[in-house]
Design a protein around this ligand. Structure first.
Ligand code: WQD
Length: 341
């Protein structure tokens, strides 16, 4: 039995491949390396001693996807990470996002529809909630008008999966709605590799801490929160990776109650931007250079997960603290910058 991991050389994908290999799954990775590198395979091997099959394929090529499933006709499960994920870029390049995030999903589901049975895990996002009315956010919170084409592709993606499962009972699917992934594997063999200027908070903090960036801009401190900065649910990427393995096992063992389910994946705790900066300063022993600037368009004020559904139904719970996750992010930053010197 093989498990296909699309985007398996990416940040969350590579950490999930490590967890799958350590649970003795046979993994096949598809990645087009547009936002990752084949060198990540070395890190995966360094941690697990294993070399998963790697196929450099662009999932936008419909025939290439069909050829892949002809070649690997024993794929039992798919974890689908491959997608573009920069919120700001999606506003400038909507068609690139709709093509890359939706056509690829459709081609994968078309292949699974012709199999006798298939398990499918979709990389979704808390973005689908927009600014939720109540905290913590449950899976029943209304899906709101997306703030960006990126967020819209996650909403539409979930609808495509739901509609497909309705008429394909042999497909069992779970959407995992991530909150804010951060950190790196404790080995520092794999981690986040943002290309260019990081859009996300944590890599910008660690790059500022290591001296790659002059200073962090904090996007607004006049929000209706205790310290005025936005609140998010920051989850260690290894905890997030483990949630994928648990969700996949639920489907492979036919433990799912419906053939399409949705779970929030976060820590259940919210931290402000200033608290995340404080975490960096504690774990690194360094003072972070930052400046308060104007708000960033599209930011929601507060978002953190109600994780009780994943805890009770999946039996999964994040167990890393913010400082543990930040320490892993900082250790990774130090490792890759020292190697670069
Ligand atoms: C977090 C907080 C910023 C950078 C996005 C996507 C989500 C997922 C994760 C892909 C906010 C503040 C940030 C900076 C700052 N992406 N910030 N200075 O926007 O919550 O979520 O990334 O899966 O789908 O929506 O994450 O890390 O960009 O921002 O002050 O240089 O940090 O304003 O309050 P976000 P983020």
């Amino acid at each position: 039995m093989k498990i296909l991991v699309t985007g398996g050389l990416g940040f969350i994908g590579s950490h999930t491949v490590v967890e799958l290999l350590q649970q003795n799954f046979e993994v096949v990775i598809i990645d087009n390396c547009s936002n990752s590198s084949e060198d990540v395979l070395d890190g995966i091997k360094a941690i697990t001693g294993k070399s998963p099959i790697f196929e450099k394929i662009d999932l936008r090529e419909k025939e290439a996807v069909a050829e892949f499933f002809r070649k690997y006709n024993d794929i039992e499960g798919v974890i689908h990470f491959a997608a573009s994920k920069a919120v700001g870029e999606s506003v400038d390049k909507p068609l690139l996002y709709y093509e890359n995030n939706l056509n690829t999903l459709i081609y994968l589901l078309q292949q699974l529809s012709s199999k006798e049975s298939a398990s499918f895990i979709f990389s979704s996002s808390c973005t689908v909630y927009g600014q939720a009315d109540k905290m913590p956010i449950t899976e029943n919170a209304p899906v709101k008008q997306a703030e960006s084409p990126y967020g819209n592709t996650k909403q539409i993606g979930e609808e495509i999966i739901g509609d497909t499962c309705k008429v394909n009972p042999q497909i069992k699917a779970i959407s995992l709605r991530y909150f804010n992934p951060m950190g790196a594997h404790a080995s520092t063999e794999i981690g986040e590799l943002p290309i260019g200027v990081p859009q996300n908070l944590v890599p910008f903090i660690t790059q500022t801490g290591i001296g790659l960036r002059e200073e962090l801009s904090v996007f607004g401190d006049d929000y209706s929160t205790p310290d005025g900065t936005c609140i998010r649910d920051y989850i260690h990427v290894v905890d997030l990776a483990k949630a994928h393995v648990v969700a996949l096992e639920r489907l492979l063992k036919n433990k799912n109650e419906e053939n399409y389910e949705v779970f929030n994946v976060g820590t259940g705790k919210g931290n402000s931007v200033l608290e995340v900066i404080g975490s960096f300063e504690r774990v690194s022993g360094k003072k972070l250079n930052y400046r308060i600037v104007g708000r960033r368009a599209g930011d929601v004020v507060v978002a953190y997960a109600d994780t009780s559904k994943a805890e009770t139904i999946l039996g999964w719970k994040a167990d890393s603290t913010l400082d543990e996750a930040m320490k892993s992010a900082w250790d990774w930053e130090c490792k890759i910058r020292n190697e670069a010197q």
